[in-house]
Design a protein. Structure first.
Length: 344
């Protein structure tokens, strides 16, 4: 696994929009404020041509132009790290125009984003053996004040920390709007997760380790079985380490989540799993007697490994920034979780 150089004091942060850009409110104002905050912290900044574009449908520009931006920002020396402007819907369509072979041969650079950015964070690991960060997008850094999770993301990108912990509260309903673009996370709900061994719910301490892999299930199941799916090769390559799968769902309902788990299992993705970390689902309401827990446990519960549910990941913030491809040691106790990521 290749680990890029960290962001140094006064370094250059590059922004790109391989998914949706910051063309409309509240994202534009939030992004502009993030730029001010980074500048005040002493960092230089570089902007890809699509950062403020809104030419595409669910994406900043045409797939060709988005891929061109990706290749330029990754292969040039314009920036020291890269942060995606935002998530979106159709980032998968840029993949035919991204040359992953060239990315694998080039010097690695940190890329951070989540949701639709799974199309890069995941494939950088599985196709190019390059670590990435599944973490907040650029506009989130415009909030006033920063939540601890954003400081953690900076700590990861700058190499000043390799350990992240869960947070005390989470946001059920956001107050961020076009009228209030700099609103911080509206954390009102206590973080409480459930943990299982197999299908049995357990209390007390759990400890497990493995190589981190995962992202947004909506994107992952879309990649399953395509020419970009070399997951089986990846998990075979790291079979001695085993895999900790971190998964979270955006627009999937509970039946879609269950079908996604089935498809990934049948594709051979979970054969060396050491544990599952499951984020709070954005659309996890029960349907026809199926809840979000059984949607995951139908497959994950058969593996006989730790399954930790309602973890701080993804679309119901805050989210722990995770280094995709790193060797992680996970420890839970009560409603506390600690992730120690090792760059080996």
């Amino acid at each position: 696994m290749r680990y890029p150089k960290f962001l140094h004091k006064g370094g250059r942060i590059g922004y790109l929009a391989p998914s949706y850009g910051c063309a409309i409110e509240p994202y534009r104002s939030a992004f502009e404020n993030a730029v001010i905050k980074w500048r005040e912290m002493g960092y230089e900044q570089v902007f890809g041509p699509n950062c403020f574009a809104g030419e595409g449908v669910g994406i900043s520009n045409t797939p060709e132009k988005c891929a061109e931006e990706v290749m330029d920002m990754f292969l040039s020396d314009k920036a020291d790290i890269l942060i995606s402007c935002g998530g979106g819907e159709l980032m998968c369509e840029i993949l035919p125009y991204v040359d992953f072979k060239r990315l694998a041969e080039a010097d690695p650079i940190w890329f951070m984003g989540y949701s639709d950015n799974t199309n890069l964070t995941y494939l950088l690991a599985t196709l190019t053996d390059t670590a990435s960060v599944y973490g907040p997008c650029a506009a989130a850094f415009g909030m006033e004040p920063w939540h601890q999770s954003l400081w953690d993301a900076l700590g990861i990108l700058s190499g000043k920390q390799t350990v992240v912990q869960g947070y005390e509260m989470w946001e059920k309903e956001s107050l961020k709007s076009a009228e209030n673009p700099l609103e911080p996370y509206h954390v009102t709900e206590p973080c409480e997760f459930r943990q299982f061994l197999g299908r049995k719910q357990v209390e007390g301490e759990l400890c497990f380790q493995g190589r981190l892999l995962g992202g947004c299930m909506d994107c992952l199941v879309n990649l399953t079985g395509t020419r970009y799916d070399r997951t089986v090769e990846f998990v075979e390559r790291y079979r001695e380490d085993g895999i900790i799968w971190f998964l979270e769902a955006a627009e999937l309902n509970v039946f879609s989540m269950r079908r996604a788990m089935w498809q990934m299992e049948e594709a051979g993705w979970f054969q060396y799993v050491k544990g599952f970390l499951i984020g709070r689902p954005y659309m996890g309401a029960s349907m026809m007697g199926l809840d979000a827990y059984d949607a995951i446990l139908e497959v994950a519960g058969r593996k006989g490994v730790p399954v930790v549910m309602d973890v701080d990941l993804g679309h119901l913030p805050p989210m722990m920034p995770l280094v995709v491809g790193s060797m992680a040691e996970v420890k839970t106790e009560g409603n506390k979780i600690e992730m120690r990521m090792n760059y080996i």
